[in-house]
Design a protein around this ligand. Structure first.
Ligand code: PMP
Length: 503
């Protein structure tokens, strides 16, 4: 749990029981929950979406609010007409709401950037490398997504990967704090920052990021947090409980916060971005331009947001975060924890199903992400069968965390896991299956997934007979006879033509 005692600055609306009731009401308010697909047994089913760690579904309430706001739509770079003034105000509020959601004080700036954490971390790495060129080393952990590893290698220099703790069962848990402290001390002079994920996209395990920040600060290093997986699932304060625990840069992805189509957000200490040449230059960020020189405005975030912003996306993100904040992230966290505990219990009871990473929430708490393999069956086949026979959407392969997945697979084995010595992409097949939750998921969804997995585990040969490997190195499998051509599912051209004909 990350500092859930700390209040976010968006005050929850009403008593806890009221907020729990509102959360219940919210569960059905997402686009795509009632989408139906044909199944391999000639039936049709409403899909069960268990792939929220990849992207979660869009909150219709926020969408509706944004649609109404867009009646004022205009470019924020226009100044005087009413629409432009309304939009400029709303865009400004969007920055403030994102900052409030993570309890950012006036020392921080919120920059909308790209479409997710990848853009944010690349930008952060470039800025911190330029800001502190004498510090050419970054410490990160073994559980990182490639987005929280490769940008540091590319822009800063050397990256040291700290191992993870093992729980009493020998399963990987949080970052090993003793090893981290040792690495920080060893590289104190060169260490620019520690870059750590708040929660793993592979095991769901939550890291103590404020303690990590405090350790980094002791040697003059910074702390950069990847909040891709945590932002929509846990209460969070960038300031932490004490001055030395404050996070220096936090990156979030809008598409993982029930707001696909929105930008990513960087919440950073202003001092880190101030005074540097902006990462991108162009319109909207300059005081004066001559043919031979230009002067960039000083204000943040304006100087880091050249060009016309993704206004609808930014508003959608802010409206969504405001709604989550008003329900209360404490209630949201508790709700997901209950579902995760239930899912772990149901999955653990399935013969031949191995879960990766610590399953003991009391030792290594986790968000609603569970990865596993079934003995005797490849991850790609299990994932395809869940989709084709049960209408259950989950993710497989290596989740853009190859070193970590490889390490987890090396330890446990199983066919899904290790048809070639724990190797992982691009031209070998191992990986895992991942189930991940959003606010819309219920115990019924977990039951459906557990029953489906139990059925697949009980009849591996029957399922295997229905599938063939794709042989493209992905580890994916396809049904031998059942087909669902995506082009038949939806045609934008047909929709438009229908409208034109009826116009
Ligand atoms: N970090 C983590 C932990 C993630 O799960 C992801 C997305 N899977 C990313 C970073 C990258 O985020 P995005 O794809 O939004 O850039």
């Amino acid at each position: 749990m990350i500092d859930s005692t700390l209040p976010t600055q968006i005050d929850p609306l009403g008593a806890r029981t009221e907020r729990q009731q509102r959360l219940e009401a919210l569960r059905s308010q997402f686009t795509g929950l009632d989408t139906e697909y044909p199944l391999a047994d000639d039936t049709t089913a409403r899909r069960i979406y268990l792939d929220s760690a990849a992207s979660n579904l869009r909150l219709t309430v926020a969408d509706d609010v944004v649609r109404r706001a867009l009646r004022h739509y205009a470019n924020t770079h226009s100044q005087l007409h009413f629409g432009a003034r309304v939009m400029t105000h709303l865009y400004h509020r969007a920055h403030e709401i994102v900052g409030d959601f993570v309890d950012a004080s006036d020392d921080y700036t919120v920059i909308f950037n790209g479409s997710g954490v990848t853009g944010g971390l690349n930008r952060t790495a470039r800025v911190l490398a330029e800001r502190r060129p004498e510090r050419d080393l970054v410490i990160t952990t073994m559980m990182e997504h490639h987005a929280n590893d490769l940008p540091h290698r590319k822009h800063v220099g050397e990256v040291v990967h700290v191992p993870l703790e093992k729980d009493p069962d020998g399963e990987a848990g949080r970052v090993d704090m003793a090893a981290l402290r040792a690495a920080i001390q060893e590289h104190a002079d060169r260490l620019n920052y520690v870059a750590v994920t708040a929660a793993s996209n592979v095991t769901g395990v939550i890291n103590p990021v404020h303690k990590i920040a405090s350790m980094a600060h002791e040697v003059g290093a910074l702390c950069v947090v990847d909040a891709a997986q945590s932002a929509a699932h846990l209460p969070f304060s960038v300031q932490g409980g004490a001055e030395d625990e404050a996070i220096d840069v936090l990156c979030m992805s809008g598409h993982k916060i029930y707001a696909p189509g929105s930008p990513g957000a960087i919440v950073a200490r202003k001092a880190l971005f101030e005074g540097l040449e902006p990462q991108e230059v162009g319109g909207g960020i300059v005081n004066r331009v001559e043919t031979d020189r230009y002067e960039i405005m000083e204000e943040l975030p304006e100087r880091e947001e050249a060009g016309t912003p993704n206004l609808p996306g930014a508003l959608r993100l802010a409206a969504t975060l405001y709604l989550l904040g008003r329900i209360g992230m404490d209630v949201i966290e508790e709700d997901e924890r209950t579902l995760t505990q239930y899912a772990l219990e149901r999955f653990e009871a399935i013969d031949g199903l191995q879960i990766y990473g610590s399953h003991r929430l009391e030792v290594a708490d986790r968000i609603g992400v569970i990865t596993f393999n079934l003995d005797d069956l490849p991850h790609g086949l299990v994932t395809a069968a869940l989709n084709d026979y049960f209408g259950i959407a989950v993710r497989n392969e290596c989740f853009c965390a190859q070193p970590f997945v490889r390490e987890l697979l090396g330890r446990t084995g199983g066919e899904g896991a290790s048809s070639t010595e724990g190797e992982c992409a691009p031209d070998s097949q191992p990986g895992m299956v991942r189930v991940s939750f959003g606010l819309y998921n219920t115990k019924e969804d977990v039951d459906a997934a557990a029953d489906a997995l139990a059925d697949i585990a009980a009849r591996p040969d029957e399922y295997r007979a229905q599938y063939r490997p794709l042989l493209n190195g992905s580890g994916d499998w396809t049904h031998r006879t059942f087909e669902y051509p995506p082009e038949e599912a939806f045609s934008m051209e047909d929709e438009i033509d229908d409208w034109l004909r009826s116009a």
